[in-house]
Design a protein around this ligand. Structure first.
Ligand SMILES: [Zn+2]
Length: 333
């Protein structure tokens, strides 16, 4: 393959990935919180009787699920960053003579990837296409995980591996205090968008809520964390918390396949002010929202409200938007 061809393909691949990320964003904190709340109402306290698996390439150790889940009750369902944690009891009636770990609590870690859904369903109801995990519950229902793209992840973890898994994550953006947030952001030379997306700094923020909170705080995504003033960082902390809380109330953003545990789409996408609004008017100043690549991701911002640091490249508006905004002058006849 000629080099130029490879480059072109590479560009094509990257732009396709970028399109996929726009069309199929990963569920972020509000979407995962929404699913976790729905599941809490639906399956908390139920005991798992058996496990049936379909495709397993997104499961850490499929055999461990089949071996160690039956007999455990779902004691709690928590959100941890973009993950859900199903906290499970010890296996009913297990004692130390049982298989390793069965007399102790364990957890099921679930990441919904781009298209994952987890919801209970009557066991008799035919399984939908792409159903890959079915946990038969003691009330005759199945807790089913469907995932067309299988970019999600499921892992059965006992105490120590779970602890190791969770230590790599940073603070919960809804729990972190103002001073700590300001410190974490301002001590870093990375771009603010990259810092917000970095799960070891904050856990649970992705592309949508990073862009929305930066727009609200009037900070350009490519600004360096270390260059923000204390006041800017405080404004961002407040904006991020307000936006995440509001998005949870509205059950998250449904851009693509996201549905909550009851199969309902979220509503927050109607409140987006920057994300996915390239070419549309900024709701503060009427300037067209633009797009640029920061931290390898499409980033949407208002070029007037969010001043770019020097040297930042704004991507040209796509032809359709550009045509609407600046019609070609007619040739005089
Ligand atoms: Zn603006």
């Amino acid at each position: 393959m000629r080099k130029s061809e490879a480059c072109r393909l590479g560009e094509h691949y990257h732009s396709r990935c970028d399109i996929l990320k726009v069309l199929f964003p990963m569920p972020e904190l509000p979407e995962v919180e929404t699913v976790a709340r729905g599941l809490r109402q639906a399956v908390l306290g139920r005991r798992i009787l058996s496990v049936a698996l379909g495709k397993t390439d997104f499961i850490d150790d499929p055999a461990a699920l089949e071996e160690h889940l039956p007999g455990r009750a779902i004691e709690a369902i928590e959100r941890y960053g973009k993950f859900m944690l199903l906290r499970l009891s010890a296996v009913a009636g297990a004692n130390d003579n049982h298989r390793e770990g069965d007399a102790k609590r364990a957890s099921l870690l679930v990441h919904l990837g781009m298209t994952g859904q987890m919801a209970p369903s009557p066991a008799a109801k035919p399984r939908e296409k792409h159903t890959h995990v079915c946990l038969l519950l003691d009330d005759g229902r199945e807790l089913r995980y469907t995932d067309a793209r299988r970019f999600g992840r499921i892992a059965y973890l006992t105490e120590v591996p779970l602890e190791q898994e969770l230590t790599r994550f940073g603070a919960d953006p809804l729990e972190i205090g103002k001073e700590e947030f300001v410190k974490r952001i301002r001590e870093r030379h990375a771009r603010i968008k990259a810092l917000l997306l970095d799960q070891s700094v904050l856990r649970g923020v992705g592309n949508i809520y990073a862009d929305e909170s930066l727009w609200r705080a009037k900070i350009h995504p490519s600004q360096l964390g270390a260059k923000l003033t204390c006041r800017q960082a405080e404004t961002l902390w407040r904006a991020l918390q307000e936006i995440l809380r509001k998005a949870i109330v509205l059950r998250g953003s449904s851009i693509s396949d996201f549905l909550d545990a009851e199969g309902q789409p979220g509503e927050y996408q109607r409140r987006h002010r920057a994300y996915g609004r390239e070419g549309k008017n900024c709701q503060r100043c009427k300037t067209a929202i633009r797009r640029g690549i920061v931290a390898g991701r499409s980033s949407y911002f208002c070029p007037s409200c969010q001043r770019a640091p020097r040297g930042f490249t704004v991507l040209p508006l796509p032809p359709r938007t550009a045509r609407v905004r600046s019609p070609k002058p007619r040739r005089a006849s």
